[in-house]
Design a protein around this ligand. Structure first.
Ligand SMILES: Cc1cc2nc3c(=O)[nH]c(=O)nc-3n(C[C@H](O)[C@H](O)[C@H](O)COP(=O)(O)OP(=O)(O)OC[C@H]3O[C@@H](n4cnc5c(N)ncnc54)[C@H](O)[C@@H]3O)c2cc1C
Length: 486
């Protein structure tokens, strides 16, 4: 206890832990982290098996191009743990029972890439010619939102959108690209269009800049990386020293004086400020008594179920050469596997020598574990030719796994932020607002913590009898400094 304002962080996923670390570092603040489950990390969970497999039940990598993720990894002393992909980087699209490699679209345009694109059976010649015209398509001005599908069709044409971009982007965001908000899901691509007039031109320029930086000896990581002992080592490291209360599900929140009273599974917690870092769907029942409009806005963020099935075989039992990182499948295709990562081929040290580790993400209607495994195996039998009984089977069913950013999402998020700020020193963090990736969630946690610190600092110290006390100013100063990130 510091005697300063007490801030409760609800939820110890990557967003809540990032918030807690900022609060922990702020002089004068007292932080309590409340987590419902028996472990930290939320959707990030790794499991090392004695046989030598490293399983990722949720996220298996992070983008290095978004600074908050890499900065957190480095600040937590995990630099030496960063590992990049190995071997072939090609990804396939599943078309019926066939796997077709995705041709290079945005990479460096050499003769080999142009030839691979021209030869690809994924789309007709007309579609290829239309996609190749992207650099000459005028940019759309203004900042009105549009769907990812509308953006992709406008820039690259319908054939490439349906054959390649829909499965790739719909798979990542877990929904039909006609429904998804471009501004919320892919703001950086939209910014490339605005800045360079073309996505292809913008991407190539960025790649040239990366190569130049590498040539002058700057360490340049590939855009996607993972951690040697699994992504779970990130929340584990972030939680160290925070004293996270596990098994402390928050069941009720009520305003109390200038702060809040939280009823948890382990008792009552009083606090002056609050970072709510649970999934958005958890919050409406906790808020509706005193913030019904905010609760209704949060309830309007739809979530999608995802089931993760991890399977392993001996290499000789898998006829496919597994010469890539895995495959994606078009949204709307009735087969259950939305995407599949060949973990043992994508990352080093995920499986013992001679074994193959595969992770399928299914978007089937709710099935029991046995039926999920059967559905994943049927798909893999057709696509990879593997019919042997797997040596390893693991299932994670996640009922509301990922938020769906519908067109207009940024407007909703703006309103949610305003309504939250009206409650006092309260902020929301997590994957429902400004990005689902780990770096986005970390950034949202850090921003939420700073805004709560700023609100507390502006309001002054808690006890009424402290007014006029010079220690109040002394308390506020470091909090304002922390809030401004200094
Ligand atoms: C299958 C899958 C694969 C993914 N792959 C990647 C990937 O490769 N790379 C990437 O960058 N992102 C990936 N993501 C997305 C990313 O993992 C998540 O968006 C991110 O981890 C969410 O973090 P969070 O802290 O916002 O929420 P969560 O991880 O959901 O954490 C919220 C926490 O709040 C707790 N909680 C809930 N209710 C309460 C309560 N009432 N009281 C107290 N605590 C509560 C939960 O137990 C949980 O620990 C993937 C997601 C899924 C589902």
């Amino acid at each position: 206890m510091s005697g300063g304002p007490r801030v409760a962080v609800v939820g110890a996923g990557v967003a809540g832990l990032a918030a807690a670390r900022v609060l922990h570092a702020a002089p004068g603040a007292d932080v309590v982290v409340l987590e419902a489950s028996r472990r930290v990390g939320g959707l990030v969970e790794s499991e090392r098996l004695p046989e030598g497999f490293l399983l990722e039940h949720g996220a298996d990598c992070f983008m290095t191009t978004k600074p908050a993720g890499l900065a957190a990894v480095r600040a937590l002393g995990l630099d030496a743990e960063i590992v990049c992909g190995q071997g072939a980087r090609r990804t396939y699209v599943a078309r019926g029972d066939a796997l077709v490699p995705i041709p290079p679209i945005l990479g460096p345009l050499g003769p080999a890439a142009a030839w691979a694109f021209l030869r690809s059976p994924l789309l007709p010649l007309r579609g290829k010619l239309r996609a190749a015209c992207e650099p000459f398509v005028p940019p759309r001005r203004g900042d009105a939102d549009e769907s990812i599908a509308d953006f992709a069709v406008r820039r690259f044409g319908r054939a490439l959108t349906e054959a390649v971009l829909d499965p790739l982007l719909g798979g990542v965001y877990g929904a039909d690209t006609r429904r998804l908000s471009m501004a919320a899901c892919l703001p950086r691509l939209r910014a490339l269009e605005q800045a360079h007039g073309s996505i292809v031109r913008g991407m190539r320029q960025a790649m040239r800049a990366r190569r130049r930086r590498a040539r002058v000896g700057e360490p340049v990581l590939p855009p996607v990386a993972t951690l040697r002992r699994g992504m779970g080592s990130l929340p584990d490291a972030a939680a160290r020293g925070l004293g996270v209360e596990l098994g402390a599900e928050v069941r009720a929140i009520a305003p109390a004086g200038r702060g809040f009273r939280l009823t948890t599974a382990k008792g009552v917690v009083e606090c002056d400020g609050l970072v709510l870092a649970t999934p958005a769907w958890v919050l409406p029942p906790l808020l509706e008594a005193f913030a019904p409009d905010l609760a209704a806005d949060l309830a309007s963020v739809a979530h999608k179920r995802l089931d993760v099935v991890t399977l392993a075989w001996r290499r000789g039992e898998v006829p496919h050469p597994l010469d890539g990182t895995g495959f994606v499948r078009a949204v709307g295709d009735p087969r259950p596997t939305a995407a599949c990562t060949w973990a043992s081929e994508k990352w080093p040290e995920r499986a013992p020598a001679g074994a193959v580790l595969v992770r399928s993400v299914l978007t089937a209607p709710e099935l029991d574990d046995e039926d999920l495994v059967a559905a994943a195996r049927a798909d893999l039998a057709a696509l990879l030719g593997v019919t042997a009984a797997p040596a390893l089977m693991r299932v994670r069913r996640i009922a509301r796994a990922t938020p769906i950013y519908a067109v207009g999402h940024p407007v909703l998020v703006g309103r949610i932020a305003e309504r939250t700020a009206a409650l006092g020193p309260v902020a929301l963090a997590g994957n429902a607002y400004e990005g689902v990736g780990i770096p986005d969630c970390i950034a949202s946690g850090e921003t939420a913590a700073r805004s709560v610190l700023a609100a507390l600092a502006l309001r002054g110290p808690v006890p009424a009898d402290a007014a006029g006390d010079p220690s109040a100013a002394a308390l506020a100063e470091p909090l304002i400094a922390a809030a401004l990130g200094r």
